[in-house]
Ligand binder design. Structure first.
Ligand code: BG6
Length: 490
């Protein structure tokens, strides 16, 4: 049975309170924390934005969003009423300073509380908002700031944001969100590696042939085209989510779960990533863009139709990454992620080396190497693919089968959304699942030459039909090395 650990009374100030992230993710996450009685009596969520609303108007907006996004019966009228009463609204302009007196008045009576400023806005506003927080005297001893990704557009802009925020908040007060770290199954990578002795001994180049990380989505860019077209899949997903997964998979054992102990080890992985040289870009990376196709039997338009103008922004990325360390030398990490792919699925595949020599008759054996598959979403669980003897007569016939742990069957419980954990961790002051400044900058340092290589390239992204697994060149990327992307066997 899950245990709810109480947190101190807090004021959550959310900038960008009427935006998509707040309505779709933050408010539902806070609703669940309220429902599970983790929000202490008196805790407040103060939405701040430019729109002309009052508390009642903001509550009505929040109610509509909760009714839309919590559809599984978890929304009850009594809990909803209680939760809405914790919401307040302040109309202000994050940059100009207009309306800030209203926020000062709201916060003033509770100077002693944990105060979390959540930046659910465009990153170019982070510096100005933090400046206003300071000039209005709102930085208290118990204040923290949460920065939503993307932190910048490249290394220089990330540094600028980090410098601006860093003038007001210390690193210990700064919580950079990568919501993948809040996912239960992502945290499970830590449990799998460091709470079991059997895997860690095998976790190296002697035994592992290669690693695959796939984060596939069926959604296109829908209402986010403006942001996405300036960003693309490399900045939107690889620079943060996929590299964070690589860190957890590849890092050495931290000396404890303390935030800096974990982040020191992740940083070493990011710094050990082999830079992809300009002459290697075409060989080690693939960028794609979805063309018209079908998802779940329904036709969907191309990316440029979704945008309504031409674009060379990538909606798919595949990369062969390498880590320069004794543990991982010679073990490629193949990464792929894209929009409008065949399925929504995120998984990590650790493929072990093949047996060095077979004593079994070749004609009776369809040898598959062992694979450890960690399914992050959906159908969360862990599988170990292994060879067994086919039962019955007919000689020593072998076939692959799997040991399968389905978390749904094992635990029969709701998986909290990643934001629930992270929002409460910021109140608790636990930074373990947040990115440190040097991590974000090291990730940009690795990603930037790829962006530059693509910008310099004359070839546009390869088109792939919506509903497929990406451009054929992504298959070639791995098959050139005599390997294939993982597919489930029946
Ligand atoms: C976000 C990206 O960070 O993650 C989105 O900006 C993406 O483009 C989303 O769709 C995927 O998150 P999840 O939790 O649905 O895997």
């Amino acid at each position: 049975m899950a245990q709810i650990i109480p947190v101190d009374v807090f004021d959550y100030v959310v900038f960008g309170a009427t935006g998509d992230l707040t309505l779709r993710k933050l408010l539902p996450a806070l609703y669940y924390r309220f429902r599970d009685k983790q929000m202490p009596e008196g805790a407040r969520i103060i939405g701040a934005a430019r729109g002309e609303h009052d508390d009642a108007g903001f509550r009505a907006m929040a109610e509509a969003a909760l009714r839309q996004f919590i559809t599984n019966g978890d929304l009850t009228e009594a809990t909803l009423t209680g939760f809405l009463a914790t919401l307040f609204y302040v109309r202000l302009d994050g940059v100009s300073g207009e309306g800030w007196d209203g926020l000062v008045a709201r916060l003033a009576p509770h100077e002693e509380r944990v105060r979390v400023f959540y930046m659910a806005t465009s990153p170019d506003l982070f510096g100005a908002i933090c400046g206003n927080i300071q000039s209005h005297g709102l930085v208290s001893a118990q204040s923290r700031v949460v920065l939503e990704k993307p932190i910048g557009h490249d290394l220089a802009s990330a540094r600028k944001i980090n410098d601006e925020v860093g003038q007001i908040f210390t690193e210990a007060q700064t919580y950079r969100i990568d919501h993948y770290l809040g996912k239960e199954t992502v945290q499970n990578l830590l449990a799998l590696r460091f709470a079991n002795s059997i895997f860690e001994r095998l976790w190296n180049a002697d035994v592992i042939d290669h690693v695959q990380v796939t984060v596939a989505e069926t959604v296109g860019v829908e209402g986010r085209a403006g942001y996405y077209d300036k960003s693309g899949q490399l900045r939107d997903m690889v620079q943060n989510h996929l590299l964070q997964l690589v860190c957890l998979l590849a890092m050495e054992s931290p000396i404890s779960l303390h935030a800096d102990a974990v982040r020191d080890e992740k940083l070493k992985v990011l710094r050990a990533l082999k830079p992809i040289a300009p002459y290697d870009i075409a060989h080690a990376t693939v960028r794609g863009q979805y063309a018209a196709g079908a998802i779940d039997g329904k036709s969907v338009p191309s990316y440029v139709r979704d945008l309504d103008h031409d674009s060379v922004t990538e909606t798919f990325v595949a990369i062969k990454a390498e880590i320069r360390s004794w543990r991982w030398a010679g073990v490629p990490f193949y990464l792929r992620t894209g929009k409008r792919l065949a399925e929504k699925t995120s998984e990590v595949v650790i493929q072990f080396r093949s047996v060095p020599f077979s004593i079994f008759p070749r004609e009776m054996t369809d040898f598959e190497p062992n694979r450890l598959i960690m399914r992050l979403q959906p159908d969360e669980g862990i599988r170990l693919e292994m060879m067994v003897k086919d039962p019955g007569p007919g000689g020593m016939r072998l076939r692959p089968t799997r040991l399968n742990i389905s978390f749904e069957e094992a635990f029969n419980t709701r998986y909290p959304d990643a934001y629930e954990r992270l929002l409460m961790d910021a109140v608790r002051g636990n930074q373990t699942l947040f990115m440190r400044r040097d991590e974000v900058e090291a990730a940009w340092t690795w990603v930037e030459p790829i962006l530059e290589g693509w910008e310099a390239a004359t070839e546009p992204p390869r088109l792939y039909p919506a509903g497929s697994w990406g451009p054929t060149s992504a298959i070639a990327l791995i098959e050139r090395d005599g390997r294939t992307w993982h597919e489930e066997f029946e």
